[in-house]
Design a protein around this ligand. Sequence first.
Ligand code: 26Q
Length: 834
Amino acid sequence: MSSLTNPIKNQPNDSVFDLPPLSMEPEGLANDFKRYYAHTFGRDRDCHSAYYPYKALAITLRDRLMERWKVTRQSYDEAGSKRAYYLSLEFLMGRALSNAMLNLEVDGAVEKGLYNLGLELEEIASNEPDPGLGNGGLGRLAACFLDSCASLQLPVRGYGLRYEYGMFRQLVENGEQVEEPDHWLRDGNPWELERPEFTQRIQFGGRTESYTDQKGRTIVQWVDSHDVLAVPYDIPVPGYRNNTVNTLRLWKAAATDDFDLDEFNAGSYPESVAQKNAAEHITMVLYPNDASENGKELRLRQQFFLASASIKDVLRDWIRLHGADFSRFAELNCFQLNDTHPAVSVAELMRQLMDEHGLEWGEAWNITRHTMAYTNHTLLPEALERWPVRLFRQLLPRVLEIIFEINARFLAEVALRWPGDIDRQRRMSLIEEGYDPQVRMAYLAIVGSYSVNGVAALHSELLIEGLFRDFHDLWPAKFNNKTNGVTPRRWLAQCNPGLRTLLDETIGTDWVRDLDQLARLVPHAEDAAFRERWHQIKQDNKAQLAEHVAEICGVNFPLDAIFDVQVKRIHEYKRQLLNVLHVIHLYNRIKRGDTANWAPRCVLIGGKAAPGYVMAKQIIRLVNNVARVVNMDPSTEGLLRVAFVPDYRVSLMEVIAPGTDLSEQISTAGKEASGTGNMKFMMNGAITIGTLDGANIEIRDQVGEENFFLFGLTAAGVESRRHHYDPNGIIAGDPALMDVMNLLESGHFNQFEGGVFDQVILSVRNPHDPWMTAADFRGYIEAQEQAAAAYRDRERWVRMSILNAARSGHFSSDRTIGEYNRDIWRLTPVAPGR
Ligand code: 26Q
């Protein structure tokens, strides 16, 4: 019947897109909300679920994003200018609803519209699940970067994986971490748009075959592979009030419809169908360790799946716009690798250009090494990714051949530069020889990239002096620094509405786009009335945080106390243990009656331990046990409270950062690449107590030494001390530390649980303790005393707090992305037309 009315083909013509712009006013928004709630979801007055109002509001806003999304895509195509792709195994986006409202500038209108329906926006927003598709800093950085790219109108697309299960949910039972799966997609995800039309086919396994064609060229084919489909799901990334909506494209693994015919004919039809299941496992779960987990086949599958699908997608797009001529490809495209996790992209881009698009090695290599850029996020040598050659051979035989060829050509270059220096060739080889040879992913990334960067000044320095020294000798110009940043939209405007209002009234509203404007607060630090308002806002935020802590942990935090907070992944190098030693020291002082001029203190610690990291789990248990002993002791009332907050995640940080006075950044110097929590705290007026590590150094440079509590060895000091480190001597010579160790070793915090803390305690006494906890104890205690003294002088503290926020402009991810763009990507901003 349609052949009569639509004789050409059953596809709508362009008038289907002729739609009037959607209302951004309270009434129009409320009408859409009502329609979705009642008609789309079919709710009536018997529905008491708070989830449906959230869903109805989410799609009301999604419609507004859709309008702008389409225009942005078209504008990028029309501009025809260079694009960048951020490849990452993790995007820790956090909740989308409030961010969409803020960036679309409808937050006020939505609140009003819902109020007229008898609904409270905040309550509705709290029903959104917090997607946890990342472990920590690296994943959250990717999310902040996408926000900044959209806000700066840069044509940048994120590529990642759509994990069915995100970061595990952390429970604490009897003081111990318990992991629960996070099935975040169970109730659907209103923010994603499935794009089956862009599905890609990804190869695994099989073998290679080569033959010589008529022109005498060697053609290699990857055959007998077991293929998996990659189905993209797009998530809109709105810029701040600029009509730009960029894309985060996440791949889901799906089985092909091919059957294993052998199995099928052998009569094992169910087995043959069940095989399909294995394919879908690739994107089932996020690996929950934030240091490399070596040798896990599924992880390598995930990495290649992301690399191959994303590159195919980019090449498909290229051919759509430019045809099969790749001569300008490198000029107009750039891939940023978020650590080595997607580094197999270097070889996979080579493979696709040569085997699928017919380029010669030389052409393909020229393109590859001018489009790939690599960011390193770690200094720990044990965290550098290596994959067994045998695993590569089995899973990605063609990719391994290409890696070998890259290596052979690279080592020839090394030999040319340093003739006869066999040791250097061995050190720099992409293949680590030995009983079980390994592919060194960082070296593959360096050799295949035109830019290699660290994430803070110290980190970038240490990289070229240490881990990557040989490569720096060869190609000094490749190496650069890009100090991390965080988005001021989520981490100030959204999470701290009280402070946002004060800032807007004091310095206008431009700071949200241009965070350096916060420097205009500096003179106001001398205004007593301004300080009073600042203090009041902090107290209100502390009250909100205290409410959460009371509800979640059952611990009461008095508001006159210093809120002293350390939240981050649990790691020995981050030294949550040092924090605990200080807590025990304070407890000891209380028990001794040494409380003259005391500043009441509430210590909050939170973070997840990798499920297989025994020491990290013991540290969590220690925090919980110390908290129980301290909080139960009547003598600590009004002086000291300790709590471990379970399931630390993005949405929790949005409550924690605004309510924090003192930010704990106490890693062993030279080990924390950057840190980004430190920046979120600073923006919200917390003062840092920290070591000269990562971005702490730059934070201190910005805010001035008088507004930062510094302690501890320097990175160089740590390395030179290693040779003559004597923790037992330090303990014997420091009565305070001696008391702390005695309490720990007497079993005071593990009555009836003999021995559970032995490993942790022994690590402090170990002369080979890589983190040198004892070395920094004295300095830390003294810095904490300075912090307490400063806090007792309220006017002084509030001044310091204001100056910290005022000097945080440098740590906006807009500044970071501006530098990536200026030095690496060289993209032209594109404002969406019409
Ligand atoms: C690798 C292989 C197999 C399984 C897991 C992994 C893996 C996953 C996540 C390895 C590392 C990570 C995450 C690392 C990370 O978050 N690093 C942090 O990055 C931040 C952003 O640059 C820095 O601020 C932190 O200092 C750094 O620790």
